[in-house]
Design a protein. Structure first.
Length: 411
C-alpha cells in the first residue's frame, strides 16, 4: 500500500500561492494529496500515519541552484548530498564539471559547460539532450564577446539559458579581495567593483542582440543590482541570484587574513552589502543560492594569496536567509520564495510549491531555534565556512523528498 502521512499542526508556508496558515499536509507516496487549515479537523482517519509538528514551519523543499559537488581533493558527492539534506535542501543543481551523485537523498540536476575553456563551444546540443538546465563556465567568466554571442544563440535555440560568472578577467587578475581601504591596509591586491558590472553591461547588450535568456550568478555589488534592475524594467530576459555571504558578511570579515572568507566574487564593503539587501527586498534579485564549494583544510590553511576561493554553504543557507526576516528586511514568504518558488521558476522545474498534486518535497523548520554554527558538526566533510561560531536563529528539523524523510535533526 502507498504510504500516507499527515503532517499536522504545522505553519504552512507556500510562497508560490501566498499561503500562510496553520494546518495539515497529507502526502501519499511522493505527492501532496491534500492540505489546508481545516484538513482532518475532526481527526485523522485510520491507516494514515500522523506526525505532529507542534507549530513548526512546513514549506516547499529548498532548491539550491548553485552547488559544486566536489573539489577534487577527496570530498565526494555523497558528502554534498548529505549536507544538502541536513540544510533542508531537497534539490541541488551542480556546476560543471561534475559527476553523478549516486544514491543521493536529494534531487540532483545539472548545468553543462558553455565552452571548452579554449574558446571553442562545448557540446551544447548533446548536453541539452541529457537534461542540462542551462549553460555556464562555472566560476570562470565567458570573457570573449564573440564567444558569448555564439553561446547565447545556441542556448536560445535549445530552449536553455546562459549563466555568467560576472568578472572581467583583466581587471580581476591577481586580485585577492575587494579593492579598497581594507585591502590596502592588508597589503593585498584588490578586485574593484567595476570588474563585476562591466561584463554584465556588455552581456545585456548581447541579450538585446540575440534574444537569449541571461542569468547573472552571485551578484555582490550595488552597481550590478542597478543595471539588472534597469534591464528588467526594459523587459530584457535577465535574472540573477546572490549568496548569503554577500548580505551577511563584508570585507572586514577577511581581516586577519581569514582564508575561510576568501570568495569569488570577493566580499564587498558595507554599502555594497546593503545594496544586495535592497535588491532582495525589491525583487531585483530572483533567488538565493548557497554557492557551496567544499575545500579540504589544506586548500585554506595556506597564505592568503595561495588559498582557494569558496565556502561551504548548504547547511547555513536557511538560517542566514531567515536572518533577514528576523531583522525586518524581508517578510517570511518573500525570504522563502527566494529559496523555493524563485529558483524553481527560473529553472523551469515543477517543484517549490505546496499544492494538491505537487511533489512531496518538504522542508520542516523551527524559525525560533537559537543555535551557533559549528562546522565540526556539519554533515559535509568540508569545514571551510566563515560562519563558524556565528549565532543564528532558525534550523531545518526534517527534510522530506518525494514523501520520504531523508533527514531529521536528532537522527
Amino acid at each position: 500500500m502507498t504510504r500516507r502521512i499527515a503532517y499536522r499542526h504545522a505553519r504552512l508556508l507556500d510562497p508560490a500561492s501566498g499561503l500562510d496558515t496553520v494546518g495539515t499536509v497529507l502526502t501519499e507516496g511522493g505527492v501532496i494529496a491534500d492540505l489546508g487549515a481545516g484538513l482532518f479537523a475532526d481527526g485523522v482517519p485510520d491507516g494514515i500515519e500522523t506526525i505532529d509538528l507542534r507549530g513548526l514551519c512546513l514549506a516547499p523543499g529548498l532548491i539550491d541552484m548553485r552547488v559544486a559537488a566536489g573539489d577534487g581533493h577527496g570530498y565526494v558527492d555523497e558528502d554534498t548530498a548529505r549536507s544538502a539534506a541536513a540544510g533542508g535542501v531537497t534539490s541541488i543543481v551542480l556546476l560543471p564539471p561534475h559527476t553523478s551523485l549516486r544514491h543521493s537523498p536529494v534531487r540532483v540536476f545539472h548545468y553543462a559547460g558553455a565552452t571548452t575553456g579554449t574558446g571553442a563551444l562545448a557540446e551544447m546540443g548533446l548536453a541539452a539532450q541529457v537534461g542540462a538546465l542551462a549553460f555556464t563556465d562555472g566560476a570562470n567568466a565567458i570573457a570573449d564577446a564573440a564567444v558569448m554571442v555564439r553561446v547565447m544563440r545556441y542556448a536560445a535555440a535549445l530552449g536553455r539559458f546562459v549563466i555568467q560568472h560576472p568578472e572581467e578577467p583583466s581587471l580581476a587578475a591577481g586580485g585577492q579581495m575587494n579593492a579598497g581601504e581594507v585591502a590596502t591596509r592588508m597589503g593585498l591586491p584588490g578586485i574593484p567593483a567595476q570588474a563585476e558590472v562591466i561584463p554584465i553591461e556588455r552581456d545585456l547588450r548581447l541579450v538585446e542582440l540575440t534574444g537569449a535568456r541571461l542569468h547573472i550568478a552571485h551578484v555582490s555589488t550595488g552597481a550590478a543590482v542597478d543595471v539588472i534592475r534597469d534591464a528588467k524594467r526594459r523587459g530584457l530576459p535577465v535574472t540573477c541570484d546572490t549568496a548569503p555571504a554577500y548580505f551577511a558578511l563584508t570585507e572586514t570579515d577577511v581581516m586577519g587574513y581569514r582564508t575561510v572568507a576568501k570568495l569569488s566574487p570577493p566580499l564587498r564593503d558595507e554599502m555594497e552589502r546593503r545594496a544586495i539587501v535592497e535588491g532582495l527586498a525589491d525583487g531585483t534579485i530572483d533567488a538565493i543560492a548557497s554557492d557551496h564549494q567544499p575545500h579540504p583544510a589544506a586548500a585554506k590553511d595556506v597564505p592568503f594569496p595561495e588559498a582557494a576561493s569558496g565556502i561551504v554553504g548548504l547547511e547555513t543557507l536557511l538560517p542566514l536567509t531567515l536572518e533577514m526576516v528576523q531583522n525586518g528586511k524581508l517578510p517570511m514568504l518573500d525570504a522563502l520564495g527566494l529559496l523555493t518558488a524563485g529558483p524553481a521558476r527560473l529553472l523551469g522545474l515543477e517543484l517549490g510549491r505546496l499544492a494538491k498534486g505537487a511533489t512531496a518535497d518538504l522542508t520542516i523548520f523551527d524559525p525560533d531555534w537559537l543555535w551557533r554554527v559549528d562546522v565540526g558538526r556539519f554533515a559535509s566533510g568540508s569545514r571551510n565556512s566563515p560562519f563558524d561560531r556565528r549565532p543564528v536563529t532558525g534550523r531545518a528539523i526534517r527534510t522530506v523528498v518525494a514523501g520520504e524523510t531523508v533527514f531529521t535533526l536528532d537522527a
